[in-house]
Write a protein of this length. Structure first.
Length: 320
């Protein structure tokens, strides 16, 4: 059976990837220091005989006994609220963590899959974004700690491929949503759903005309797994090309939840991208992949998770 290491496997995306790999017959080892990960995301896997969790900071030297076929490097704070709180850790896991994980891939002759991001494009001047676009990134802005960490990680990954002949894959992940997102994630979907369920005003930054493209998590994981098994070393966008404004998205959440929440506007954060839409031509051609879950269906599935989460918090009482 294939044996895979998932760094950051206790996070939102990493935990869903673990589910999929186990379903496909893999043995899975997770390494996570739990800065932003949550054991609740993977506790259902602890009894699985092909799953193991190791609490570890992957910016340190990584050692694992036995063979390894895949390394999925997903370790990193991934939302603005996280990488603004942990700027140094974000830079370290993108640089030192990537270096250590690539070193292990080289030693084990494993395929290395880097979870990169659409943030490599920054506040893009090209729309939609193709993989050939080099981006418009502010390296000294508050978001630069995440953007540049991922851009460095891509460069390091390509260097290991070119000079050490490591089998590498780079997936540029666009906005993704689904169950297991944190309530205090800080991104649009969890914020809107939490506010709507509590009957609070929905906070829209700027005038709400900025766009995003939301991909349901099962679609994203399918694309990542296909890329891991493909023969393609250059970055591939994986995301949903259906573009929607943040204001339209807020209205959808209000309608779906049946909330009476109103919308309030706040100033746009520094360097917040005005548009975000993947060109997935390469994913279609190379992987035969495109998203299949409609936004309304994905939102309903996600809402159920949030309703249960909010209900549990309510039962737990204030301050829990």
């Amino acid at each position: 059976m294939p044996r895979a290491l998932v760094t950051g496997g206790a996070g939102f995306l990493g935990s869903h990837l673990c589910d999929r790999l186990l379903d496909d017959g893999y043995e899975v080892i997770v390494m996570d220091n739990l800065i932003t990960g949550d054991l609740a995301n993977i506790e259902h896997l602890f009894a699985h005989d092909r799953f193991r969790f190791v609490k570890y900071d992957v910016t340190e030297f990584i050692y694992l006994e036995g063979p390894l076929d895949y390394i999925f490097h997903f370790a990193s704070p991934a939302s603005p609220i996280d990488y603004l709180e942990f700027p140094i850790q974000t830079l370290k896991v993108g640089s030192l963590g990537t270096h250590k994980a690539l070193g292990l891939a080289k030693a084990k002759r494993a395929t290395f899959v880097l979870a990169s991001t659409s943030e490599c494009y920054g506040d893009p001047l090209v729309h939609p974004q193709k993989e050939t676009y080099w981006g418009n990134v502010n390296p000294v802005g508050p978001r630069g700690v995440y953007d540049e960490a991922k851009r460095f990680a891509e460069a390091m990954t390509m260097a290991y491929h070119r000079y050490h002949d490591v089998r590498t894959r780079i997936v540029r992940i666009f906005n993704t949503y689904g169950p297991r997102m944190r309530l205090n994630d800080g991104r649009a979907l969890p914020t809107f759903m939490l506010q709507a369920l509590r009957g609070e005003p929905l906070t829209v930054f700027g005038d709400g005309s900025q766009t995003r493209s939301f991909c349901f998590v099962s679609d994203l994981i399918e694309g990542i797994v296909r890329l891991s098994r493909a023969d393609e070393v250059y970055p591939v966008n994986v995301g949903n090309p259906h573009e929607i404004t943040i204001l339209e998205f807020a209205d959808k959440v209000v309608e779906l939840t049946g909330s009476r929440s109103r919308i309030v506007y706040k100033p746009l954060p520094v360097d917040d991208p005005k548009v975000r839409q993947p060109d997935i031509t390469r994913a279609r051609e190379i992987l035969g992949w495109e998203p299949v879950v409609a936004l309304e269906d994905g939102l309903r599935r996600t809402l159920q998770f949030f309703r249960e989460k909010v209900a549990r918090l309510g039962e737990a009482g204030p301050g829990s």
